[in-house]
Design a protein. Sequence first.
Length: 414
Amino acid sequence: MSETHIEVCSPATGEIIGSVPIASPDDVAACVKTARAAQAEWGARTLEERCRVLRQVKNVIIDRTDDICDLLSKEQGKPKIEAMVHEVANLVDLIHYFTSEADRILAPEPIPLHLLKHRASYLHWSPRGVVGVIGPWNFPFNICNAPVAVALIAGNGVVVKPSEFTPLIQDLAKEIFVQGGVPEDLIQVVHGYGETGAAVIDNVDMVEFTGSVATGRKVAAQCGERLIPCVTELGGKAPALVLPDANLDRTAGALAWGGFANCGQVCASVERVLVHRSVITPLLDKLLPKIQALEPGNTQEDDAVQIGPLNNRRQRDIVQSRVDDAVSKGAKVMVGGSVIEGPGNFFEPTVLMDVTTDMDIMSHETFGPVLPIMVMDDVSAMVEEANRSHLGLLAYVFSRDAETARVVAEQIEA
Ligand code: NDP
């Protein structure tokens, strides 16, 4: 018999904390149809009216911050304070920005025509129809619902397919949008695996996808088949370049945050540290104690826990395989290096030295609490190494001199 439900497990304890029904392709088609019918009325409302509703949604999010942060801690594993800063505050800020600026952003734009001066041409913005939002499990509240909010402001209906690992938070998000005044039929949530995501793409008018490169490639190809637009926000392998004149106190703090916030499960995480040889010893003196002090724990039980578990067992195994590969090729473990045995998905905060470019950890996304450090002799070699990645999403440069940092940053393809 085929699976009908997804059971959601606590990343900290392995206990089942909820369950959601799996939507079949026919269910997805029906949801898109319902959203499409509701969109006709919503799209006909004035922009001002839609923004008014979204401002109410923003206020409900603020009122329900504790519910959201508690569920994110329970289902995703992150500390509640990070849930507040990274997911709730971000989304609130984004809704505030777009409801304040929508008038300007969606104003018709005159198109200057040099040859046909007797004609007036304008670019008008109209809703696409139904936008499909397919999201990952690392920031499941913010990343799924930022595109939802923007699509709604612009007059669209939405169908959201959250990750199989974090479906519960999207059910709460829908409740919040509806509580704020969004018509219930206009926002649909469908649960399931890749097949459900693919069914969303088969039925909607535009796709906003955030996730891995491998899935993003499939999503873009499927959208291409249907000739519908898609936005893909994919993986990263951000390098952090530490120049000889860097402020090392601030650099050590930034690396600890950049590598270990959300247990390293961030597309913008520092995934490679490239340090000038002249500062490696004092930098390690400042950095290592900070990492040694990070004690992974259950973020549900103690608000003082600074780092939670990895979200799922698959991710924990990927992190272990990256570290094992590096160690087998000569990397030195300075801190951590292993899974913490038990029912949860905990992994020790880890710092590796003596890493080389042939190690997977320097080429493939790790998405976990690991900082591999490479010592280098000159800045041009650091730039070359930074650019040796196809995942040029973000990069960081540390220098006391803003002009030096800018010149280096502009050479990085990210
Ligand atoms: P995945 O690509 O594995 O999954 C993303 C979503 O796509 C999930 O909901 C998944 O469902 C769904 N999906 C899987 N197969 C298909 C398919 N064939 N068609 C349509 N949808 C499908 O990513 P993760 O969830 O593992 O997220 C982590 C990744 O996201 C990392 O690479 C990270 O860097 C990236 N990311 C990028 C960000 C950015 O802004 N650039 C921000 C945050 C994360 P299911 O889970 O059920 O398989």
